[in-house]
Design a protein around this ligand. Structure first.
Ligand code: ADP
Length: 339
């Protein structure tokens, strides 16, 4: 598909260049030719005058004077042919060079579009895969349940509970996808205003309290008052993603620290499984989950939280960074623009 588009674009580039080049050639030829016609006419008149003078001198019996030879008509015709040949050669060279250049430029123009499409394809395929897994499990469980004629109330409830978990997972995934779409859409602007970061982070900690309780993780707060320029919903979501991850990946340590520093910086520190140096550059990619396989299976997730966090920071003009060591833990910091 891209090869055809590239050839088409090359053809368009060529067409434009050749139209310009041919127009110039025609203009050059027309003006040179009219000059040649004028010279030709002047020469003929001069020749006629010379001829009549020679005739007059001959009649009077004088020897004819030795003057310069007039150029023959054929010379002017040759000049014309020469100019046409030269213009033809120039145009052929332009055609070849602009064909090659156009093909190269068309490739350069189409490359980002091709990359974007490939990324989009990958994204759709990943999203479909993530949706398919809970859907298949849901379908299988319902089919098995329907076939079971002696199902007890207790096993029916167990089945519904498991179905609900799958539905919740799909709901979370669709929320993530909508968020990603929102924060990556360049046409959508976030409304930034002056907000107090500390208060917002305390709300985020409260929203994550249930998960922390479930995992038995203690959240230690170190909150200073600081005013930043940001969107409150996006900032809350960003803080929740980082705190949520710190809880999920805190491993055996069962403790995380959340700092809000006076200069508008949020720091979320855990002492859990950590991320390898090799994988750190990829954790902000969509659907990327670091390959600590045992953790991957144990800890639920879609690999979208950090890509949303990154999109939010991009939108807000904030900066996110991570420091991590396998088995020692991770520190995520976000520097917001101060108010
Ligand atoms: P999810 O947590 O849903 O898998 P994220 O996008 O939030 O997706 O994170 C991407 C990956 O980065 C995670 O799968 C995990 O491997 C790694 N990661 C993120 N936060 C931490 C953390 N605090 N400690 C260790 N690994 C982390």
């Amino acid at each position: 598909m891209f090869k055809r588009a590239r050839l088409k674009l090359t053809a368009w580039y060529l067409l434009i260049i050749m139209v310009i080049s041919l127009s110039f050639s025609v203009a050059i030829y027309t003006s040179v030719n009219s000059e040649l016609v004028r010279i030709d006419r002047a020469q003929s008149e001069r020749q006629a005058r010379v001829d009549s003078m020679q005739e007059f001198i001959a009649q009077k019996g004088f020897a004819p004077p030795q003057g310069p030879q007039m150029p023959e008509n054929i010379t002017i015709e040759q000049t014309r042919v020469k100019i046409i040949t030269m213009l033809g050669l120039i145009n052929i060279s332009i055609l070849v060079l602009s064909g090659l250049g156009g093909y190269f430029l068309a490739g350069q123009t189409l490359e980002p579009i091709s990359k974007m499409l490939a990324e989009q394809k990958k994204f759709v395929s990943n999203a479909s895969h993530e949706l398919r897994t809970p859907l298949t499990s849901l379908k299988t469980e319902i089919e098995v349940g329907l076939r079971d004629k002696k199902m007890t109330l207790e096993s029916a409830q167990k089945l519904l509970k498991s179905n609900l978990e799958d539905v919740n997972g799909m709901e979370k995934l669709s929320d993530y996808l909508l968020d990603l779409n929102r924060y990556e859409n360049i046409d959508i602007k976030l409304e930034t205003k002056t907000i107090e970061l500390g208060t917002l982070v305390i709300s985020a900690i409260e929203n994550c309290a249930a998960l922390a309780h479930e995992k038995g993780v203690q959240i230690c707060k170190h909150i200073s008052k600081t005013y930043i320029k940001s969107d409150d919903q996006a900032t809350l979501q960003l803080a929740m993603i980082l705190i949520d991850n710190a809880i999920k990946y805190s491993g055996k340590s069962k403790k995380i620290d959340v700092y809000v520093n006076k200069d508008g910086e949020l720091v979320v520190k855990d002492y859990g499984i950590g991320i390898s140096e090799k994988e750190t550059p990829f954790i902000f990619d969509r659907f990327y989950r670091a390959d600590i396989s045992r953790t991957k299976q144990k800890v639920k997730g879609y690999g979208l939280g950090l890509s949303i966090a990154k999109s939010i920071t991009n939108k807000l003009g904030a900066k996110i960074k991570v420091e991590s060591k396998i088995g020692k833990g991770s520190t995520f910091s976000v520097q917001f623009p101060t108010a």
